[in-house]
Design a protein around this ligand. Structure first.
Ligand code: C2E
Ligand code: MG
Ligand code: MG
Ligand code: MG
Length: 282
């Protein structure tokens, strides 16, 4: 049942996984704590953006990053996105939070540029709810102007789920494309979507889901899927990024099968902005 969600509940310092029906969510104490906390978090500066490098497998250079949101709550500690994003979506709080992420990322791109590191590209995850917000394009356009950065420095990551609602989505994506923002499909291959959207949407990049990379070297099906996505991307002139690369052997194999970029713990975990700067000096 689509209404049943899996949520982590903290109990005596240990993590438990439990099933909840949507209607029960708001009534569990942990969820209530999160919701109350989330409402205050923006104003109290509790959100932090971490950046994970995306490595060009050909020459090992790093020119792009994925922005991953972290919530440093005074009462709950560091809360992972998978724990608070679903609730932020249910409560609508994802809209102000999402706008904050765009602001913060563009401010950071500008700061790196002013420090002499050049313009870096940063990908921001967008939830379906943000897509349905009529002011999304204007908001992004306004923020790009405010910080006066080249629009191609900003990339948005959408999941295949967001591509389902075709008509509205195409027009939003086309307008973003007109501005010059780049568009990636996140978790590619996991979303039950028809491949025909590759024809209709103005995309720049496919991100191979980490579930295919985990057993890339031992599972022939995962290898076949990964290789095929890479070929597909090449034929369609799209960039391709493998996610969740944790081992040297995976990186080496991906390079051999002509995967353009990779991202994962093998290269670097997501890091705070000041720690990412060490990659610019190399
Ligand atoms: P995602 O966009 O698919 O991001 C990839 C996730 O995989 C991140 O988890 C990242 O830290 C993790 N990861 C990176 N490399 C590896 C690896 O080598 N091995 C493994 N096992 N994991 C790796 P994270 O940061 O916890 O984010 C989880 C999800 O939360 C993201 O999945 C994204 O869907 C969502 N999210 C994160 N930040 C935002 C945001 O600002 N806005 C929205 N709407 N969603 C966000
Ligand atoms: Mg992503
Ligand atoms: Mg992903
Ligand atoms: Mg994901």
């Amino acid at each position: 049942c689509a209404d049943i969600a899996l949520y982590r509940v903290k109990e005596q310092g240990r993590a438990h996984y439990q099933f909840y029906h949507h209607s029960m969510l708001q009534s569990t104490p942990y969820m209530m704590l999160i919701e109350t906390g989330l409402r205050k978090a923006i104003n109290q500066n509790e959100f932090v953006v971490f950046y994970q490098p995306q490595v060009d497998l050909c020459d090992e250079t790093i020119n792009s990053f994925e922005a991953l949101l972290r919530w440093n709550s005074p009462t709950l500690g560091f809360v992972a996105p998978n724990e608070f994003i679903p609730l932020a979506e249910d409560t609508g709080l994802i809209l102000p939070i999402g706008t904050w992420v765009f602001e913060e990322v563009c401010r950071q791109i500008k700061e790196w540029y002013e420090k002499g590191y050049g313009y870096k590209t940063v990908a921001v995850n967008l939830s379906t709810k943000q897509f349905q917000q009529s002011t999304l394009v204007e908001t992004i356009e306004g923020i790009l102007k405010k910080f006066n950065i080249p629009p191609h420095c900003l990339e948005i990551e959408i999941t295949e789920g967001a591509l389902k609602d075709a008509r509205e989505t195409i027009s939003v994506l086309k307008r973003l494309k007109e501005i010059g923002v780049q568009i990636s499909v996140d978790d590619f291959g996991t979303g039950y979507s028809s491949l025909s959207y590759l024809k209709r949407f103005p995309l720049d990049c496919l991100k191979i889901d980490q579930s295919f990379i985990a057993e890339l070297l031992t599972n022939p099906t995962d290898e076949a899927i990964t290789t095929t996505i890479i070929h597909l991307a090449q034929k369609l002139n799209l960039t391709v990024i493998a996610e969740g690369v944790e081992e040297q052997e995976q990186a080496q194999f991906l390079k051999e099968i002509n995967c353009e970029k990779a991202q994962g713990y093998y290269f670097s975990r997501p890091l705070p902005a000041h720690e990412v700067e060490k990659f610019f000096q190399q």
